[in-house]
Design a binder for this molecule. Structure first.
Ligand code: ADP
Length: 309
C-alpha cells in the first residue's frame, strides 16, 4: 500500500520511520514545503529499509502522491511569540486547506490521517476541506494517551499492556477523560483484577496514573522540546489497521454525530478501524463524573472549532 506523508518534520518523519520498520507500507512518499527536508528525511529513512522490510521511500511534490491509499497530514506552523491559540489554529487551518487541495488533486480518494495539533480540531478542519466521508478523515486523537494508560495500568497490575483494555476518551489534550469505569484486565474490571493480585487501585494510584497520562507530553516537551516517536508508532499502527482491514478497536478522533449531547464534534472514542476507515464507534460505560467530563471536553472542542470557521 502506498502511504503519503505531508509534513516531513519530526512527527511526519517518525511516522515514516515507524512504517518502514514495521513493514506497514510498500511505498512511502514524503512531501514538505521544504523539498530539501523531505528529500533528506526520505533518504535517511530509506537507509533503514535494508534492516527492515522491502519498501520504496521517496520524496517529491504532491503529484507523487498519486495512487496513495492513505495520506498522513503532519504539516503545521509553529506558534509565533505572543500569538493566541486561536490565531495559530486559523493559520494552521489555512495550511491544511492548501495541503488538502494538493493531496486531492493527486489522490482524490485517499483516506486522510491527521496528526497535526490540536489534532481534534484539525480533524474537523480536514473533514470540512476534503468533503470525504467522516470515517475516512481520522485523527490520531488519543491513540497515544490510551497506550500510556494501558502501559501504566499493566505496570501496576503486573501484566502486559496488551492484556489491558482501557481507553482515553475525548480531546487529545488537557480535557481528556481516562475511562476507568470501562477498563478491563483479562475479562474482569481492573478494580477486581487489582484486588485479586493484591495491588488495589487506591485513590492515590488512580491519581498518579491519571496525572502520568495527562502530563506525559508536557514532561517530554520539557526534556526534548517536542514528542515524535510515540505518535510516529501510533500513526503506523493506524495505517496497518487500514492496510490489513484489521477491524482493530483503536481510540481515534473522527467527527461524530453526537457525543453526550454535543453534535458534530471530532474527538476520540473506541472505534473499529478497517480498510474503509472507521466503520463503527463504541459507546463505553461511563460513570457520572466521566460522562460529565466527556461532555465538557466535547463542548470545549466544539466551541474551539466554531471559533475558526
Ligand atoms: P512537528 O514536531 O509537529 O512534526 P515540525 O515543525 O517538525 O513539527 O514539522 C512540521 C512540518 O510541516 C515542517 O517540516 C514544515 O516545513 C511543514 N509544513 C508547514 N507548512 C507546510 C505546507 N503548507 N505544506 C507542506 N509542508 C508544510
Amino acid at each position: 500500500m502506498k502511504v503519503g506523508i505531508v509534513g516531513a518534520g519530526m512527527v511526519g518523519s517518525a511516522a515514516g520511520y515507524a512504517l518502514a520498520l514495521r513493514g506497514g507500507a510498500s511505498e512511502i512518499v514524503l512531501v514538505d514545503r521544504s523539498a530539501a527536508l523531505a528529500t533528506a528525511q526520505a533518504e535517511d529513512i530509506a537507509h533503514a529499509v535494508p534492516f527492515a522490510h522491502p519498501c520504496q521511500v521517496r520524496s517529491g511534490g504532491y503529484e507523487r502522491l498519486e495512487g496513495a491509499a492513505i495520506v498522513i497530514l503532519a504539516a503545521g506552523v509553529a506558534q509565533k511569540p505572543g500569538e493566541s491559540r486561536l490565531s495559530l489554529l486559523s493559520r494552521n487551518a489555512e495550511v491544511f486547506a492548501q495541503v488538502i487541495e494538493g493531496v486531492q488533486r493527486a489522490a482524490p480518494k485517499a483516506m486522510l490521517l491527521v496528526a497535526s495539533n490540536p489534532v481534534d480540531v484539525m480533524t474537523e478542519v480536514a473533514l470540512r476541506a476534503s468533503g470525504l466521508p467522516a470515517g475516512q478523515v481520522i485523527g490520531s486523537g488519543t491513540i497515544l494517551d490510551t497506550a500510556r494508560f494501558r502501559w501504566l495500568l499493566g505496570d501496576h497490575l503486573g501484566i502486559a499492556a496488551q492484556s489491558v483494555h482501557a481507553y482515553v476518551l475525548g480531546e487529545h489534550g488537557d480535557s481528556e477523560v481516562l475511562g476507568w469505569a470501562s477498563a478491563r484486565a483479562g475479562a474482569i474490571t481492573v478494580g477486581e483484577f487489582a484486588e485479586q493480585v493484591h495491588a488495589p487501585i487506591t485513590e492515590e494510584v488512580r491519581a498518579r496514573i491519571d496525572e502520568a497520562v495527562r502530563r506525559a507530553a508536557y514532561r517530554i516537551i520539557e526534556g526534548k522540546g517536542a514528542t515524535w516517536y510515540g505518535i510516529g508508532a501510533g500513526l503506523a499502527r493506524i495505517v496497518q489497521a487500514v492496510r490489513d482491514d484489521q477491524r482493530a478497536v483503536l481510540s481515534v478522533s473522527v467527527v461524530t454525530p453526537e457525543v453526550e449531547g454535543v453534535r458534530d464534534v471530532a474527538l476520540s472514542l473506541p472505534r473499529v478501524v478497517g480498510a474503509s476507515g472507521v466503520v463503527a464507534t463504541l459507546a463505553p460505560d461511563l460513570d457520572p463524573s466521566e460522562a460529565a467530563a466527556l461532555r465538557a471536553s466535547a463542548e470545549m472542542l466544539k466551541e474551539t472549532a466554531l471559533g475558526i470557521r
